[in-house]
Design a protein. Structure first.
Length: 571
């Protein structure tokens, strides 16, 4: 029998000690079972202090605030074994800054690996790290059930009723730095200290990061800023250039706030249907998905498009009904579809934020699907932007409003609609500083690649909250900086037709990215023939995940709901 070594041996010794204590804890002690090893129990973690020296960025240390043993529960793919749920506060240096609140789940069936999950929006709450990964399939056990020690944090502030849209913490410099990325390192280091203590190991065998939106930015941040800390990351629909995105949000918000410019839900449906009639067949089949997005963007124009044979533009450009778009609405939509171009320099070096793939995207249509309300909330919502900003305004508009009032001007009474992102005047310097903090745009990942790190990226082509074109931009820069051949050795980027931001009732992506990442890191098996499934639009429908810039074209025969009937082609 071979002897376990390294981390696994230490874990085995802890489990052996646990077994010995169990045997010796009865009313009658068995001879020969005495041991001096004292196992670490879940409840004994309560009150544990992690000193500042164990954390790679300045803090005042961390304290475990709760430790609870959770019993095994569930069945089938939903089953989760017993685990120790540990809550901790990471204390700030600035006494006026909020603590970073985190949770780590330590499973009894520990597989030697850890997984950190990213947040969303402005964060402010702790992601449910005992659950699924973003866009994860429901028929596959969640990471905690597979034995991963899973953890996440609120990134260093606690949200108010606006939840992920609450940017009020932006008045504190340390809180801004934590949100911009510092909390990732602090949370990771505290999580490792707790894993070491609980399992008696030096380090987990592998450490991964998965996140979407802000979490996607965070995934890129750990690969860029701490390239030796994680073995692999999955970055989904990443808001990597977050400050530039905020500026684009401001440009779009001002356009939507113009008189008569905000399209109601019926008009959004008319635009969607017109784009489908024009672009659906560009991938070879009428399947309710626009896969050839570049061709659609090139040929579709709401000013000249038709819907059921009639002009989509209202007669004379006036607003004459729900089945057409006025000139004011077309101008606002074209603002969404085009880039913000800066005429001033900023610290991050960025010069533009791309437009969105608006044509054929769900901007927040009315619908019976119970998840449609969430889609609408993340898109144009139900109220026109104005000052003060309504809570039912577009997600992006509230995000801009919070950024301007708390991050930029630090004046809660400031009218965010009065700040022109293209000409910010006295706020230009502050905006420049924020780009240096929030735009995670480094493209030399040589250290991460050299130590075997792997990167998976994916983005829905119908996302109207974080631009798919921006993710294309980052990946193309990565290839330009490091060379296509080198990037191919450690990174992949896929686009998913019909998928919106985090959730979609058109094509809701389900992809087991963790298994793909783990196989690449652990076994050297590069992702091949990856398939994404739809869990809402047409449940069970599949499409191939095509490596950018390829897209799935129908072969001409076969089931339109099967990935096997499609082939990945270049434009």
């Amino acid at each position: 029998m071979t002897r376990p070594s390294g981390a696994i041996a230490r874990l085995a010794s802890v489990r052996t000690a646990l077994g010995l204590v169990a045997l010796c804890s009865g009313a009658v002690l068995l001879s020969g079972c005495a041991t001096t090893e004292q196992p670490v129990t879940c409840t004994s973690l309560q009150g544990k202090i992690i000193g500042p020296a164990s954390i790679g960025l300045p803090t005042s240390g961390a304290t475990v605030t709760a430790a609870e043993q959770v019993a095994a529960a569930g069945s089938g793919a939903a089953a989760i074994g017993a685990y120790c749920k540990v809550s901790a506060d990471i204390h700030p240096v600035d006494p006026k800054a909020p603590a970073i609140k985190m949770i780590i789940n330590l499973p009894a069936n520990f597989n030697g690996k850890g997984l950190m999950l990213g947040g969303g929006g402005y964060n402010g709450t702790i992601p449910a790290s005992q659950g699924n990964i973003p866009a994860g399939p429901v028929n596959v056990p969640v990471p905690l059930a597979l034995g991963y020690a899973t953890f996440s944090s609120d990134s260093g502030h606690q949200a108010n009723k606006l939840a992920s849209q609450d940017g009020s913490f932006g008045v504190n410099d340390e809180a801004v730095r934590n949100f911009s990325g510092d909390a990732l390192k602090k949370t990771r280091d505290v999580a490792l200290a707790l894993m070491r203590h609980f399992y008696g190991i030096d380090n987990p065998r592998r450490l991964y990061f998965i996140g979407g939106s802000t979490g996607g930015r965070e995934a890129l941040a750990v690969a860029q800023r701490w390239p030796t800390d994680f073995d692999g990351v999955v970055s989904l629909y990443p808001a990597w250039n977050a400050a530039m995105l905020d500026l684009q949000f401001g440009r779009i918000t001002r356009a939507l706030a113009a008189p008569g410019a905000y399209p109601n839900q019926a008009k959004r449906r008319a635009l969607y249907d017109a784009a489908m009639q024009s672009c659906d067949l560009l991938d070879g089949v009428a399947d309710g998905l626009i896969s050839n997005v570049l061709a659609c963007n090139a040929q579709f124009d709401p000013a000249s498009a038709t819907l059921n044979g009639r002009p989509l533009r209202c007669p004379g450009g006036a607003d004459t009904g729900d089945q057409c778009l006025s000139d004011a609405q077309i101008r606002a939509l074209k603002t969404m579809e085009t880039s913000l171009q800066l005429t001033y320099a900023v610290q991050s070096g960025e010069t533009l934020y791309p437009g969105f793939n608006v044509w054929g995207a769900d901007l927040g249509m009315a619908g019976n699907n119970p998840l449609q309300a969430r889609v609408t909330f993340l898109a144009l919502n139900t109220a026109q932007p104005k000052n003060p900003m309504p809570e039912a305004a577009p997600y992006a508009s509230i995000f801009w409003d919070q950024w301007v009032r708390f991050f930029v001007t630090r004046d809660p009474a400031f009218n965010s609609l009065s700040l022109d992102p293209a000409k910010p005047g006295p706020w230009q310097e502050r905006i420049s500083v924020l780009t240096g903090l929030q735009d995670i745009n480094k493209t030399d990942l040589s250290i991460f690649e050299a130590r075997g790190g792997k990167l998976l990226m994916a983005h829905g082509s119908a996302d109207v909250l974080v631009s798919t074109r921006a993710t294309e931009q980052y990946f193309q820069r990565l290839q330009s900086t490091m060379g296509r051949e080198k990037v191919q050795r450690f990174a992949r980027y896929y686009e998913i037709p019909g998928y919106g931001h985090a959730i979609s009732t058109v094509f809701n992506a389900a992809w087991d990215s963790l298994s793909a990442l783990d196989a690449w890191v652990e076994k050297g098996e590069a992702p091949a023939a990856q398939v994404v499934a739809d869990s809402i639009g047409v449940p069970g429908r599949t499409r191939p995940l095509c490596e950018h810039p390829a897209w799935p074209r129908y072969r001409g025969t076969g089931d339109v709901n099967s990935a096997a009937s499609f082939v990945c082609v270049m434009q």
